[in-house]
Ligand binder design. Structure first.
Ligand SMILES: [Zn+2]
Length: 478
């Protein structure tokens, strides 16, 4: 009997099923048999050979779904913490992205994939736009297949136009070899639509249609993509319910109407939009257009693979904007529209729906794949009391509280420790990538890339005179 075949039963947890009614069950069990959720309820009978996991004091929820991660960039973790999109584009698109060898894509993907399951993100879209050659693409998939998570490969290549790489025989060959019948959870084409009236991206959309693959696209990114791209996609019939619009931050009502009318969804990367500058995180607008939302963390070159951060920052940004808009009209928001429960839904069901996987993942209901996260940390003062379970997940919990993770019934993390993961090997791969890049770029360029110039902050005129406090005489000095 293999590890996936052994039944698992979680006992006595607080269960956020994220079913259609968002049912919450206190003191309940989740039984997993044959990789699927068999039953959810109180005092379940489990097979004799079931692995029992005590969920007392913890929260059980569906595995989270990240619909937009550039996993290859995990090798540069934290390097761009002080970047804007300007530095990002210069570094990856123009200067250093082409220095990444297949083994460097492998290293980043491996570390990022491990990070995902460790944080309870059981399904990740690898928005893999560093695939300069078929060897790079093979390396990306090799890494994803080495980790027991669900990974959708979104194939891209920033060194060529999508009309070039998507129509090449090498791409077709890769698709035949690695996608059909492979281990990937799904396949998308990843490219941006520039708004060029000649619409050269048409050829790539046609390939996607022929392969039955969805397109994921950075849309509404200040200074890069805008309403023209959306209009061209719409007028040419390439907007579908499975199209994923990443960011969709700098767009007008007209684009939101086109997205809503064609059933697509937006992948909101709040931490990214807030510091890189794509535009204000758009959920406060998407809600009014009834556009489905999923969440994402974009890239570890700035942020982490942590959907707790995504939920928290998204809820904060939405409320912040709502208050700000009201104050500008001399009004007061007395009741928040966006609730914690809704962002938990976006982090789970929202992602599943965006990927067309809502029948199989995203909720703890019988028949679905057993992608389960137990948030439990008996040593933490933050794990009690748990009064508002969805709010607890969003504002109290963090990824270090992820105790146990199942993917398709397989235990990939238990008691806070990854299972069957060679972290030392991943570390060695990433170290080799860093050595390669640092040597090739040279120390000066390496440091300059990480430390962009700081613009001067103008100090405003102050009509009040600064004076020093004299503690001895307890008076202001003159
Ligand atoms: Zn992105």
């Amino acid at each position: 009997m293999s590890a996936t075949d052994r039944p698992v039963v979680f006992r006595n947890g607080l269960i956020l099923t994220m079913d259609d009614a968002h049912t919450v069950l206190p003191g309940a069990d989740v039984l997993v048999v044959g990789g699927r959720i068999a039953q959810v309820g109180v005092g379940l009978t489990a097979p004799d050979d079931a692995l029992e996991i005590d969920a007392t004091g913890g929260i059980l929820m569906p595995g989270m779904v990240d619909t937009h991660r550039h996993l290859w960039q995990t090798a540069m973790r934290g390097y761009g913490a002080d970047w804007t999109l300007t530095q990002y584009f210069v570094w990856y698109y123009l200067e250093s992205g082409k220095l990444f060898r297949p083994e460097d894509v492998y290293a980043g993907n491996l570390l990022g994939a491990i990070e995902a399951i460790d944080a309870g993100v059981t399904t990740t879209v690898d928005w893999s736009h560093g695939l300069q050659t078929p060897e790079h693409a093979d390396a990306a998939v090799d890494a994803l297949e080495a980790v027991d998570g669900r990974f959708v490969l979104a194939y891209g290549n920033i060194q060529q136009g999508p009309w070039e790489w998507a129509t090449s025989p090498e791409f077709r060959d890769f698709h035949r070899r690695r996608v059909d019948g492979g281990k990937l959870a799904g396949f998308q084409l990843a490219f941006d639509v520039t708004g060029d009236p000649a619409f050269p991206e048409r050829a790539a959309f046609e390939v996607a249609r022929e392969l039955g693959a969805a397109v994921t696209t950075h849309a509404g990114v200040w200074g890069a993509t805008n309403d023209d791209g959306i209009r061209l996609m719409h007028e040419n019939g390439f907007m579908t319910p499975l199209t994923v619009y990443v960011h969709a931050a700098t767009l007008t009502q007209d684009s939101y109407n086109r997205i809503a009318a064609t059933g697509g969804s937006v992948s909101v990367s709040t931490e990214s939009e807030q510091s890189a500058g794509q535009g204000y995180p758009p959920t406060w607008q998407l809600r009014h257009h009834d556009i489905p939302v999923s969440l994402s963390m974009d890239t570890s070159v700035w942020w982490s693979g942590d959907l707790f951060s995504a939920m928290r920052s998204t809820l904060g940004a939405d409320r912040s904007r709502e208050h700000l808009e009201a104050h500008a009209k001399q009004e007061t928001i007395t009741h928040c529209h966006l609730r914690a429960e809704q962002v938990v839904e976006w982090a789970t069901r929202g992602g599943a729906r965006a990927l067309g996987m809502d029948a199989t993942i995203g909720a703890l209901t019988p028949g679905r794949q057993a992608d389960v996260v137990l948030i439990k940390n008996d040593a933490s003062p933050v794990m009690f009391p748990i009064l508002n379970p969805h709010g607890h997940v969003v504002f109290q919990a963090q990824r270090a509280d992820v105790h146990t993770v199942l993917v398709g019934g397989r235990v990939v993390k238990r008691d806070g420790r990854l299972v069957g993961v060679d972290l030392a090997a991943a570390r060695a791969s990433v170290a080799a990538t860093i050595d390669h890049l640092r040597e090739t770029m040279g120390e000066e360029a390496w440091q300059r890339g990480m430390n962009p110039d700081v613009p001067e902050t103008a100090i405003l005129e102050n009509p009040y005179q600064y004076t020093e406090w004299d503690a001895g005489s307890a008076q202001w000095k003159h």
